[in-house]
Design a protein around this ligand. Structure first.
Ligand code: SDX
Length: 433
């Protein structure tokens, strides 16, 4: 018997179910509130509203905890490879060898892109932002992979092949599209990959191999890429994942839903922040490196400048991913023999912000985007591609949430509103206006 929460309104008492999660989070189920009390709730930005029940990712913003299906982000970033984490997020368990081998085989079987898709890519101006291109190409995949009706359960109760095939197609094709976008921007011929390599190794090959040169694997780059992709793989109901879930709730396809998620991630308050962080750090460097001047701007309400890479809707403590990425940034630059003053500027900003009541009182700490761009830059990835790399990492999370939402038969998302416009009024003809 679930516990109840009472609301007293208009001298009436309304009892609502209290929902408790497996980590003892509590929520009030308000689904009956409109019918019973003719009330809705209002929560702009859904800051205190749960949109669903989910068993994929748990995070505790106060304690700085992040777990994928119960495994800590620290453990996974240290020990796992990205494809294992993708399988874990999507299917709920770390794969055994035969499951991982099958996933790799099926991905390789689908690692082809219709040549006509190349014509769409070539139709974009060179100046087009890679996130806009990626969102368009992801949606265009539907045209080359026509959708059949997804009957969620076939006779043995598992999801049908079509859902599985859509999942492996995305895991196979998105890295190729991303490598194509990157290479076209650099004026390089497209690389079709080498499927004898591991998943992340092949991504780095497709992105970085220069024409007419043997691919020489660089473990530092592969390990850094693997770690960054794992750290970005999921983050419960963030803006872009909520977008994927609500678009998918109308029974839009996985490709269409992920395309919408890519567009949501593009915004500079969300995944676009990693590009904005590097632009900010470069601006500070070019301005003479006076971090205190920019700290004052960040605190000045009349100044639109924000300390990009700082603050988070949920983390009111350190973002555990930022801690891992900060260490990795230092290691990658050292291992690659790069002395980048940008890293020193980032560290100065962090030290100053953590000692500044404006930031500490608002619990504004470095988030996942604050140091990631420093590594991407060291890997010679252009800053316009940073958010695309975030999207590549987040792909398994988006897939996992779309699948969970469909397997749970969640209802179509359709929030209510409080209307604040004009009351009824009669039409006025043009000559009287
Ligand atoms: C991601 O949700 C996720 O999980 C996202 C993500 C994921 O993995 O999917 O973690 C990835 O998007 C990380 C966040 C990347 N964005 C940035 O780094 C952009 C800079 N940060 C912010 O704009 C802001 O902190 C947000 C958008 C991240 C969170 O905003 P909230 O929760 O809506 O908080 P708010 O804007 O209401 O800010 C609260 C106060 C305000 O000041 P007061 O009105 O109290 O005086 O803090 C201030 C804000 O002005 N503030 C900042 C600030 N962030 C918040 N002031 C200066 N610089 C900042 N970065």
């Amino acid at each position: 018997m679930s516990k109840k929460v009472s609301i007293n309104y208009n001298d009436q008492n309304f009892e609502l179910d209290l929902v408790k999660g497996s980590e003892n989070e509590n929520g009030i189920d308000i689904s009956s509130l409109r019918n019973s009390a003719n009330l809705i709730t209002l929560d702009p930005g859904f800051k205190n509203t749960g949109s669903c029940k989910s068993s994929i990712t748990f995070l505790d913003g106060e304690k700085g905890i992040l777990r994928y299906r119960g495994y800590s982000i620290e453990d996974l970033a240290k020990n796992a490879n990205f494809l294992e984490v993708a399988f874990l997020l999507i299917y709920g368990e770390l794969p055994n060898k035969s499951q991982l081998d099958k996933l790799i085989f099926d991905i390789n079987e689908n690692a082809i892109i219709d040549e006509d898709l190349k014509k769409i890519l070539e139709g974009f101006p060179k100046s087009a932002h890679p996130m806009g291109i990626l969102s368009s190409l992801t949606s265009a995949l539907i045209a080359f992979n026509p959708e059949k009706k997804i009957s969620l359960n076939n006779n043995n109760g598992d999801e049908n092949d079509y859902m599985y095939n859509s999942i492996v197609k995305l895991l196979a094709k998105i890295p190729i599209l991303i490598a194509w976008v990157h290479r076209r921007r650099k004026g390089l011929s497209l690389d079709y990959g080498d499927y004898s390599l591991g998943y992340v190794q092949n991504i780095t090959k497709m992105m970085f191999q220069l024409p007419n040169q043997e691919y020489s694997e660089n473990d530092i780059i592969v390990n850094a890429m693997n770690k960054l992709l794992i750290l970005h793989a999921d983050h419960e109901q963030n803006c872009s994942t909520s977008t994927v879930r609500i678009v998918g709730s109308s029974e839009a396809s996985l490709f269409a839903s992920v395309s919408a998620g890519i567009s949501a991630l593009w915004g500079r308050l969300h995944g676009g922040a990693n590009q904005a962080v590097l632009e900010m750090l470069e601006a500070i460097k070019n301005d003479g490196g006076d971090t205190k001047k920019f700290m004052l701007k960040a605190k000045d309400k009349s100044d639109p400048f924000r300390l990009m890479g700082f603050g988070h809707r949920v983390y009111k403590n350190f973002d555990p991913r930022a801690k891992i990425i900060k260490v990795a940034a230092h290691e990658v630059l050292k291992d690659l023999g790069i002395d980048d003053p940008i890293l020193d500027i980032a560290k100065s900003l962090e030290i100053e912000a953590l000692d500044d009541p404006y930031f500490t009182s608002r619990k504004l700490y470095p988030n996942v985007d604050f140091y990631s761009g420093i590594i991407y830059k060291a890997l010679k990835i252009p800053k316009e591609m940073f958010t695309v790399m975030f999207a590549l990492g987040r792909l398994p999370g988006w897939i996992a949430h779309w699948r969970e939402m469909r397997m749970n038969n969640d209802p179509i998302g359709r929030p209510r509103q409080i209307y604040t416009g004009e009351n009824h009024r009669d039409f006025i003809s043009l000559k009287k206006r």
